[in-house]
Design a protein around this ligand. Structure first.
Ligand SMILES: [Zn+2]
Length: 135
């Protein structure tokens, strides 16, 4: 968890959020133990990407499809949970054992969730008969 938090905090520091001034960092440990991170990247056309999207894209690029643990770090003391779009994005690559942990910028854990707590009664790959996410 400590290395994952360090990378999430680093991703927050490197986030590009000049419009919202709301940098977010994310780090993922995939089921095979690999680690990926990402920060939000905003654009002048307001079609930027969330931190979770960057980290998940990096995981996917490495051929990993299963999130064991994910950390999201927000810029303030408040709870910075994944947006609705990212909840579905995390759901795509999660299992019942996946933990979603939200920290503040001081490195304090604010809350942990299971995928079902974060997105109850969700629609996922198995609803479209896709059962194997790993290569
Ligand atoms: Zn999001």
């Amino acid at each position: 968890m400590k290395q994952l938090l360090k990378l999430a905090l680093q991703a927050l520091e490197n986030a590009y959020a000049p419009y919202s001034n709301h940098p977010v960092g994310c780090a993922i440990r995939s089921a095979d133990g690999s680690i990926f991170s990402g920060g939000n990247v905003e654009l002048a056309n307001y079609k930027g990407t969330c931190a979770e999207a960057g980290a998940i894209a990096a995981m996917n690029n490495a051929g990993q499809r299963n999130i064991a643990e994910i950390i999201i770090v927000g810029p303030g003391k408040h709870l910075c949970t994944p947006c609705g779009d990212c909840r579905q994005r995390i759901r795509e690559f999660s299992s019942p054992e996946t933990t979603i942990n939200v920290f503040n910028r001081n490195g304090e854990k604010l809350r942990s969730y299971t995928m079902d707590e974060l997105l109850p009664d969700s629609f996922g790959p198995e609803d479209l008969n896709l059962n194997k996410l790993s290569k």
